[in-house]
Design a binder for this molecule. Structure first.
Ligand code: P6P
Length: 333
């Protein structure tokens, strides 16, 4: 494949599909540049004095790692001045972050999990950044949380970066999914995979199996069948992976198929799941669907869910369409 840069890709996409106006292209390039900076900081590890806890908690009551806080700041600073955004929202911040008055405001709203998979940071396992782009409601003056509460189908772009053996950026603007690899020598994102497609069938599943005793019956039935392998109703053997970094599990699934699950369970009956709708499940669901896969909360399509709160959680079943449809079917029986 002819190697082209992220910028050339975005300009050519605009020519072809008229789906990436200049402001959105600037947004994507600014976020991509911020991910380069985060990748650089992450890769220093102990040498950069950035490991360990920041001594604070985020709105989720989770201990913040130094790199969580640093990554959040990198994304805020990178996006404040450009004039393309009306406001931002982050897993690491309780309330929305309006653009300071000293800068012009734009028509887009950016949501992100600046560093997903934090429990993996200090042990050198892949982590990543997840982002979602919405348009500001018509006529919005001062942005508030309710302006962000749009269903996932309203996203105009979504992407994630994986800081792993390679640093990759996976992006959709609604015309398929493309992957860019960071060329560290040139400091540029290079298109390495066009129009990624998730295999409809798979032999791999991803779930935190330590929660098995808490799973509700539809999940237990589905996983029991997978584990029965060729002696059970599925008639074939399955393999399991659980990286505990959603970005890394999703990236594997985009490349070779699979199904990723973080279900609600009986540990906390009122908690719909662990993952957040607005800046984890929605962007990943948009990407997965654009790659021919499916994403539900066990009952309905994730992208159709009407959010009620900025940091609300949701159950997630995503990946190879046939598997997601099967496990969702068990919930709806
Ligand atoms: P558990 C990381 O903290 C995260 O939000 C996702 O990236 C990951 O898939 C999940 O939580 C891991 O959760 O309960 O296995 O540690």
């Amino acid at each position: 494949m002819k190697r082209i840069s992220l910028t050339q890709y975005l300009v050519e996409e605009q020519r072809l599909h008229n789906s990436i106006p200049a402001e959105l292209r600037l947004l994507i390039e600014v976020v991509a540049r911020a991910c380069k900076t985060i990748s650089h900081a992450v890769s220093k590890g102990a040498l950069g004095e950035v490991l360990g806890s920041a001594g604070s908690e985020n709105v989720q009551g989770e201990v913040q790692k130094k790199l969580d806080v640093l990554s959040n700041e990198i994304l805020l600073e990178a996006n404040e001045w450009g004039g393309h955004l009306a406001a931002m929202a982050s897993e690491e911040m309780e309330t929305i972050h309006p653009i300071p008055n000293r800068y012009p405001k734009g028509e887009y709203m950016l949501l992100f999990d600046p560093l997903d998979g934090s429990s993996n940071i200090d042990v050198n396992v892949s982590i990543g950044t997840i982002f979602s782009v919405l348009k500001a409601p018509e006529g919005m003056k001062e942005p508030s949380e309710k302006d962000f509460l749009q269903p996932g189908v309203k996203q105009v772009a979504a992407g994630y970066a994986v800081y792993g053996p390679q640093t990759v950026l996976v992006l959709t603007t609604g015309d398929g999914v493309n992957c860019f690899t960071l060329d560290r020598e040139m400091g540029s994102w290079v298109l390495t995979q066009r129009d990624m497609q998730i295999p409809a069938e798979t032999k791999e599943y991803a779930i935190n199996a330590s929660n098995a005793r808490h799973w509700y019956p539809p999940v237990k039935r589905y996983i029991d069948e997978l584990q029965s392998g060729d002696t059970g109703p599925r008639g074939k053997n399955f393999n399991m992976r659980w990286i505990a970094s959603m970005v890394a599990d999703v990236h594997r699934i985009l490349n070779r198929g699979g199904v990723f699950m973080y279900p609600a369970d009986a540990r906390e009956p009122d908690k719909p799941g662990k993952l957040r709708l607005m800046y984890e499940a929605n962007p990943m669901a948009f990407i997965v669907e654009q790659a021919g896969g499916a994403a539900t909360n066990g009952k309905q399509r994730i992208l159709d869910i009407q959010p009620q709160k900025l940091h609300e959680r949701v159950a997630v079943f995503l990946g190879s369409k046939s598997e997601v449809e099967r496990v969702t079917g068990y919930h709806n029986q």
